[in-house]
Design a protein around this ligand. Structure first.
Ligand code: CA
Length: 654
């Protein structure tokens, strides 16, 4: 930590949160705060991907409504305002012995079953062809085993036939299909093909089959990572080129949008607007989800948990999940022309059991209710075949581990009219504090509550930190701590980093050395801050000296310290060099211009061999001015004395 002036205990970031009590259920009134989405069309596509549901039910999972009554999942979803069920279709997700690869074992037979159940509840189907035997996404677009050796002409025919046959089976079963996807998250690859020409052939084959069987259905292309706007421009432009040449006529440009990784809503709105307007396409969010808890419930790790490194615009609460869906919908409806829908991904993929990994593993293997089984190794040995397991999104479902619908599932209905009840505290922000070991720790007197409408309100907090714990934190060296407390009836958390603060400005010369003063006593040939990573102790810059003539190197390099508190301090600085002959090199401290301390001699030991001069302790009395520095004198030998100076540290001595 360098370059921090003034306040030595200060707030860095506010971002993490802890959940409050879950919202209470109730059919007529809801504790869920929902801002109305204006202009929401009656037929707006509210979709739910439930591709894993058949495998879930076979594994013993039962779903319950808001009151805890066991009910058909499709009935619960339809009653909650979902009008479209999305299902992925893999060509052949089974090994030679008929063992399923998992992830719901989603072949066309499974899709037919799901489609019939959806239709029975008045919902339509959105068919997501992966054109693969298992998961297809930006990282994987493997062709099905049966098509692996095909040239593009034959593969195109295969895609057409497979799509035609699959959709005919749905049609024969009386399933109403609203939309067909020709590939899943096809970021520049599809079905083993990498050239846009070949991708266009395959997408076109799928689209032609879709229009033949379901002329009313929309044809969608689907990509991921809208934060890479340049890539999205490329995808849309390539498709436009092939469309103008008679290939791949599609209706909907669809995107995944997982808020943790996929950029802001403003960016989403901007890129979808650009594509909709430039190419006259409809646009939509084809996949999204948001965590309502950090907790895993099936003994198989989740993609989103308590860790950092992701964007967390809302707390991981039932309300936070609803707010995410509401704001994405508002963006698609009101921030994007021709925005037609939002589909939530795998909102019912909950745990198959609460007892143990072993019990669940048996069910995942037998029924395919986890993301992958060990049998998938025959197709995807390096990923699925190694890391097979359960649901990685059980904490992002709309159902709790017992299968009961969360209050957040009401968001789809409630956003039509709004449920703008008085905002209540839903979670607490988690402040992060950085504190020098030598300074008193000052914890904030209030923390922000995240309100149900996602606004913030400060709440007084009582931290549970004893004097003894405080003392130990100061005496245990640099370390990270989590302090807990209580605020507004919720558990508050504060992360504290105890650091050894460096009071020097530009301690490693990375900012160019402006804060440092060279005093050249013998006119060295070279004496300046140099940029050369290999010659630096840390970073890419350091102070450099060189002079050819004998005894022409003698200088001081020093810094007068700003805003140093009263107390005991330690100072050190590192040097390396060569050809220096006899030397006199040491670190020093001046108090009010007079030398107060000096290190032992710092030897010069050759290239890359850094030695550090250390002054273990010196006093800084109140009202005095401290200057720290290094004195260098070299007789030189051979081709002249040279050296490098880096990383000056001025820390509290305690
Ligand atoms: Ca899990």
């Amino acid at each position: 930590m360098n370059g921090i002036k003034g306040m030595l205990t200060f707030l860095l970031i506010l971002c993490l949160c802890v959940p409050a009590a879950a919202a209470a259920a109730g059919e007529e009134t809801s504790s869920l705060y929902v801002r109305k989405v204006d202009n929401l069309p009656e037929d707006f596509l509210f979709g739910m991907d439930v591709s894993s549901v058949i495998a879930e039910e076979k594994s013993g999972v039962r779903y319950r409504d808001f009151d805890g009554q066991e009910k058909d999942l499709f009935r619960i979803l339809a009653d909650s305002g979902i009008n479209t069920i999305r299902v992925r279709v893999w060509n052949d997700p089974y090994d030679a012995e008929g063992h399923g690869f998992g992830g719901g074992n989603c072949d066309i037979g499974t899709a037919v079953e799901i489609g019939k159940r959806a239709a029975a509840c008045g919902m339509q189907l959105l068919v997501d062809f992966h054109y693969s035997d298992f998961w297809a996404d930006p990282g994987k677009q493997m062709a099905p085993r049966a098509w692996a050796k095909m040239e593009i002409e034959e593969k195109t025919r295969a895609v057409y036939d497979f799509t035609l046959d699959s959709l005919n089976r749905l049609k024969e079963a009386g399933v109403p299909v609203r939309m067909v996807q020709t590939g899943n998250e096809t970021n520049g690859r599809l079905c083993g093909e990498k050239s846009w020409m070949n991708i266009a052939y395959l997408m076109d084959a799928g689209a032609r089959a879709a229009r033949e069987v379901y002329p009313e259905a929309l044809v969608a292309v689907h990509f991921a990572n809208p934060e890479n706007t340049e890539s999205y421009r490329t995808y849309a432009k390539k498709l436009d080129y092939y469309e103008k040449n008679g290939l791949i006529h599609y209706d909907v440009f669809a995107t995944s949008y997982y808020p943790y990784w996929h950029g802001t809503l403003e960016n989403l709105s901007a890129i979808l607007t650009e594509i909709a307007q430039t190419y006259g396409k409809q646009v939509m969010v084809m996949e999204t989800s948001y965590a309502w808890t950090e907790e895993d419930s099936d003994f198989s790790g989740n993609t989103i948990g308590g860790g950092g490194g992701i964007t967390r615009d809302y707390p991981f609460t039932v309300q936070g999940q609803a707010n995410s869906v509401r704001n994405i919908t508002d963006t698609v409806v009101n921030g994007t022309p021709a925005g037609i829908g939002v589909v939530y991904w795998e909102g019912a993929w909950i745990t198959v059991g609460r007892n143990s990994w072993e019990e669940n593993h048996r069910l995942w293997e037998e029924y395919g209710s986890g993301w992958a089984t060990s049998y998938a190794a025959v197709y995807d040995p390096d990923d699925a075949g190694k890391y097979y397991g359960g649901s990685a999104v059980d904490n992002q479902a709309f159902f709790d581990p017992e299968g009961r619908a969360l209050e957040s599932l009401k968001v789809f209905r409630l956003m039509r009219e709004g449920n703008e009840i008085p905002a209540a505290a839903d979670a607490l922000e988690e402040p992060e504090i950085v504190c020098d070991l030598s300074m008193p720790l000052e914890l904030p007197e209030a923390v922000n509550a995240i309100m149900t409408d996602n606004s913030r309100q400060p709440v007084p907090v009582v931290w549970l930190l004893t004097e003894e714990e405080d003392r130990r934190m100061h005496e245990s060296g640099p370390a990270q701590y989590e302090i807990t407390g209580e605020a507004g009836g919720m558990e508050a958390r504060c992360r504290v980093s105890m650091i050894r603060y460096n009071y020097l400005t530009d301690y490693s010369f990375e900012e160019g050395g402006e804060a440092w003063r060279f005093t050249d006593l013998r006119k060295a040939d070279e004496l300046y801050v140099e940029e050369k990573k290999n010659d630096s102790l840390t970073g890419s810059r350091h102070a450099h000296f060189w002079s050819a003539a004998q005894d022409s190197v003698e200088f001081r390099l020093e810094q007068t310290v700003q805003e140093l508190p009263e107390g005991d301090f330690t100072f050190s600085v590192a040097v390396m060099g060569g050809d220096c002959g006899q030397t006199d090199i040491y670190a020093y401290v001046l108090v009010d211009g007079k030398e107060a301390a000096r290190s032992e001699q710092i030897p010069i030991a050759g290239y890359g061999s850094w030695n550090t001069g250390v002054i273990p302790s010196f006093a800084h009395p109140a009202g005095t001015e401290v200057t720290v520095g290094i004195y260098v004198r070299c007789q030189g030998q051979g081709n002249g004395a040279w050296g490098k100076i880096d990383d000056a540290l001025l820390n509290s001595a305690r």
